[in-house]
Design a protein around this ligand. Structure first.
Ligand SMILES: [Mg+2]
Ligand SMILES: [Zn+2]
Length: 187
């Protein structure tokens, strides 16, 4: 079984942009490509896990999410880095589009997408890591026995000073590059 690093997308791998709905609004951090490459070379599967409630809310088309993920992949590939898989939750309990309007098991903090990835990719969750800028990212990781890193990019600084009961990050670092460095030092 392979170890994985599950990356949140918005605010962690790319800049937080509210509901990202156009490629022109997508901005990479200067360290994004290097951080993913470091994790690739260390033998981790790198998997993006993202809540995309904008789909259920009718703000973002599901086809755009696929396009955005292709764009991210191409940008990383050009720098010798690779996302092994993207998983997203399109649901929202109060969504306007009926086909996506529901309580699901895959919207973080629920760990459904991590479990699905583990099953499909033969991942060892207990030896894996989650990196995210929100408490719900970390909670999803802890729910499956993974270690969880809070980054201060995106909304991370805000969440750092507003602790979430029951969710204690394994570490808090400035950004994804520092998270990758910390992960590589762990047993
Ligand atoms: Mg985020
Ligand atoms: Zn869902």
């Amino acid at each position: 079984m392979t170890r994985a690093v599950f990356l949140d997308r918005d605010g962690t791998l790319i800049e937080e942009a509210g509901y990202l709905d156009r490629l022109e609004r997508m901005a990479f951090f200067p360290f994004s490509v290097d951080a993913v490459r470091v994790l690739n070379r260390a033998g981790f599967k790198v998997v993006v896990i993202t809540n995309q409630a904008g789909i259920a809310r009718g703000i973002v088309r599901e086809s755009f999410v696929a396009e955005a993920h292709r764009h991210i992949s191409q940008r990383l590939e050009a720098g010798g880095a690779k996302i092994d898989a993207f998983y997203y939750c399109p649901h929202y309990p109060d969504g306007v589009l009926e086909q996506y309007r529901r309580e699901c098991d895959c919207r973080k903090p629920r760990p459904g997408l991590l479990r699905r990835a583990a099953e499909e990719m033969n991942l060892d969750l207990a030896r894996s890591f989650v990196v995210g800028d929100r408490w719900h990212d970390l909670a999803a990781g802890h729910a499956v026995g993974a270690r969880a890193v809070l980054v201060r990019t995106g909304l991370g600084r805000k969440d750092e000073i507003d602790p979430h009961p029951g969710t204690v990050p394994d570490t808090i670092v400035d950004n994804l590059m520092d998270a990758a460095a910390w992960i590589l030092q762990q047993p």
